[in-house]
Design a binder for this molecule. Sequence first.
Ligand code: NAP
Ligand code: ZN
Ligand code: ZN
Length: 350
Amino acid sequence: MYPTYGYAARDAASPLAPFEFQRRDLRELDVRIDVQFCGVCHSDLHQARNEWRNTLYPVVPGHEIVGRVTEVGKGVTRFKVGELVGVGCLVDSCRTCASCAEGLEQYCENGFVGTYNGIDRISGELTYGGYSTQLVVDEAFVLRVPENLDPAGAAPLLCAGITTYSPLRTWGAGPGKKVGIVGLGGLGHMGVKLAHAMGAHVVLFTTSPSKIADGKRLGADEVVISKDPEQMQAHANSFDLIVNTVAAQHDLNPFIELLKRDGTLTLVGAPEHDHPSPQVFNLIFKRRRLAGSLIGGIAETQEMLDFCGQHGITSDIEMIKMQDINHAYERMLKSDVKYRFVIDIDSLRQ
Ligand code: NAP
Ligand code: ZN
Ligand code: ZN
């Protein structure tokens, strides 16, 4: 067993606080990783505060993890000590169902094992995430991080990156396509960068006028203030795809009206309370689609990391110490982060 230091929430109302625990002894195919950086996803906050009503306490959040391999199990073939690796939202799945067979472990029909708030399939123990000094993970769920990327800026790719990359690929973002990204937060700013790199015409929708210049710098061809009906109307019936990353309940109709015939609005934001049901006629008259998308499978996550390596794409980050996490959560709730907090895990080692 490996003594490990982290931060955990003990219940929905308490702030995160120091928490010591043990990582398991290495199984044959396990890799042990010294965590260097961990991104702060809005899902961490939803989960720490039990906003999805399924949190198992204590919860050690963190699923945007980058670090170096420190030890490998006897049967490990894919990784060596010293390699720069990443772990995202998944650490296991059944590996036999139809979804797993297609490399879509996030849709495992028997339930994937989350990096935190999951139940290990062998020991039955609760999984603990990347707000911690080290991690032990089966090599099948470990990703290779391109060495040319800044490791701190690469950490958010493991969730924010893949969660936007996957729907952009699924619905064919690329040259000649008009793609909207709603919300310029952690996911949204990755969505803008990735859609731009894929060659799409990118329109950012934001509620924050202060983010217009950043939106353009990050790769948006146009920026629309989504609260302004006139600006919205100017884009009616024109989008092939809109990816909605907003973390709070809101009216979807103004976005659905912007889709062309056969266009798709994909929800990736996962708010505590459901959005009101959109108008049916808005969908049926133009055969528009309302869809959802969950992170991405392991193979697609590696594809995304390699794509980012080739295009030099990382997240815009603000580095924090582990001890600052509760303040960072409050700022995230006010959309006051440009554009992802990343925890320097060395702050846990001092
Ligand atoms: P974030 O950094 O807090 O960004 C969310 C953005 O949404 C904000 O920056 C803001 O952008 C906009 N927003 C917030 N409150 C709003 C409101 N009341 N009305 C309109 N816009 C609002 O969060 P994140 O880490 O990107 O995560 C976004 C959501 O995706 C969370 O719910 C998270 O749990 C979920 N998520 C889902 C998946 C998946 O697999 N589907 C994976 C990861 C995360 P503007 O200031 O530009 O308006
Ligand atoms: Zn996440
Ligand atoms: Zn499965």
